[in-house]
Design a protein around this ligand. Structure first.
Ligand code: HEM
Length: 448
């Protein structure tokens, strides 16, 4: 950790890490299975470990204490960074997810009211109605892609509650465009070496077309919101009402940042919770019993959602085991130290939900799905950042409460009337920016 020089001055050394091939570093192991690579690196080299990918410096952080150093105690020493920017910049521009400094702060403050509890109370019915509308297409015994159903549902909800916009005419096109963008982004992420932007890459034309559709949709959303005389305050109104007016491009960046953020991670967490419940029938039975008890045959209301305490634990546990954001990237602004190790300027630092959420130091039988573990006493004992599916510090998810509420409202609406049998033995992942499934997630519904 520290070496002593001839003059007896302690110099921090870089963190331990795997022996690597020159130039390529740990590319092969990382690209074969990043989730396994992260866990094995933590097991073998400890909570702060160093490796390189094609000449770029990486550090993984897999202890709550040092994650807190990065995200909270020394957060001013880090930015989201070039890797994250390169990948998400074409999609989110300078929206609140990627912006930095005073501008980020001002955008965050502008957007926060859209996610407060009062706003939630207005949107519960949209969440349940839109879910029900999709469930109405289900037929007993017919295999469904719940992943796709949830993708459409969350997108329709996001369009309505954030922008008072009906995305249904574009239902098929927008998720497909988002998928194309995400696939292309994932391929760039998985590319072993940096290829200049001008070089042809498979799928680039489709990517550009998808981005054009997304731009067009974002501008339509903005124009319709401007022209609307509805009393409903939308996120666009919040953005248009700023004293220091924003450019049309900046509003587009926020619209698309929110649409992507609102749709992707909620879809993943709802899908994984359904899969885990379907694989653990005792837990599914408890969810059903609670829904019967609390809802008494009716659709869930705003007041019902906090009373669904077992469903809450089921979701909390699913976000532990399969966190949609499984690793969060930061970059050092200047040379710094972490856990006593030297971390040079420009190093990509990855805070590891995946490894920490599965650490037996904090969780008994960590690979099992056990909603019951989430008692008040357990939560009190759990160190900060042993569980952080929504990140932490100033850049914590702006919508964590909103997201949990929405996923619970969707799952309660689905499960109160349906049994679900999974057709997948085991879920495999294709991790990119988020923890995406490698195959479609299908289930067979039967009415209860
Ligand atoms: C279960 C669902 C969700 C999960 C697991 C999740 C997770 C996260 C995480 C881990 C971050 C921090 C990223 C970082 O620091 O690098 C984040 C940021 C963010 N999330 Fe979420 N999120 C979810 C749902 C949502 C929803 C529904 C919205 C919007 C409606 C949203 C909007 C945002 C935004 C705008 C940021 C950037 C905040 C900032 O940098 O100030 N998220 N989310």
């Amino acid at each position: 950790m520290a070496e002593t020089t001839a003059n007896d001055v302690e110099v921090a050394t870089k963190p331990p890490g795997p022996d690597e091939l020159p130039l390529v570093g740990s590319l092969k192991e990382f690209f074969e299975d990043p989730l396994q690579f992260y866990t094995e690196t933590a097991d073998e080299y400890g909570p702060v470990a160093y490796f390189t990918l094609g000449g770029n410096d990486f550090v993984t952080v897999s202890s709550p204490e040092y994650v807190k150093d990065v995200l909270v105690n020394n957060d001013d020493e880090y930015v989201k960074g070039q890797q994250f920017d390169d990948l998400m910049g074409p999609i989110c521009g300078n929206g609140v997810l990627l912006a930095e400094g005073d501008f980020w702060q001002s955008q965050r403050e502008t957007l926060e009211p859209a996610f407060d509890p009062e706003t939630l109370s207005r949107h519960c019915q949209v969440m349940t109605d839109y879910t029900q509308r999709r469930m109405d297409r289900w037929t007993s015994g017919e295999e469904r892609s719940v992943y796709e159903d949830l993708m459409y549902t969350t997108l329709e909800i996001a369009g309505k509650v954030l922008f008072d916009f009906d995305v249904r005419p574009l239902d098929g096109d927008i998720p497909a465009a988002m998928e194309t963008v995400r696939d292309y982004v994932a391929r760039r992420l998985w590319r072993p070496v940096e290829v200049p932007e001008w070089m042809p890459m498979p799928g680039k034309r489709e990517y550009r077309e998808a981005l054009a559709l997304i731009d067009e949709t974002a501008y339509t959303i903005i124009d319709e919101a401007k022209a609307s005389d509805s009393d409903q305050q939308t996120v666009i109104d919040l953005l248009l009402d700023k004293d220091d007016p924003l450019s049309r491009q900046q509003i587009r960046d926020e619209v698309f940042t929110l649409l992507l953020a609102a749709h992707e991670n909620t879809t993943l967490s709802a899908t994984y919770t359904l899969q885990l419940l379907a694989k653990n029938p005792y837990a599914m039975e408890k969810v059903h019993a609670e829904l019967d008890d609390v809802l008494d045959g009716d659709a869930p209301t705003f007041a019902d959602i906090p009373r669904l305490t077992y469903l809450d634990k089921a979701l909390t546990e699913s976000l532990r085991l399969y966190p949609p954001v499984y690793s969060m990237l930061r970059e050092t602004k200047a040379d710094t130290t972490l856990a006593g190790y030297a971390i040079p300027e420009g190093t990509t630092v990855s805070c590891q939900q995946w490894a920490i959420h599965r650490d037996s130091t904090f969780y008994d039988d960590p690979l099992s799905y056990r909603p019951e573990r989430w008692t008040d006493e357990f939560e009190e004992r759990l160190p900060g950042f042993a569980y952080f599916p929504f990140g932490g510090g100033p850049r914590r998810c702006i919508a964590s409460r909103f997201a949990k509420f929405e996923v619970k409202a969707i799952l309660a609406t689905m499960l109160r009337n349906w049994e679900l049998e999974t057709t997948l033995e085991k879920i495999e992942f294709k991790p990119s920016i988020s923890l995406r499934p490698d195959t479609d997630v299908t289930m067979v519904p039967t009415p209860r």
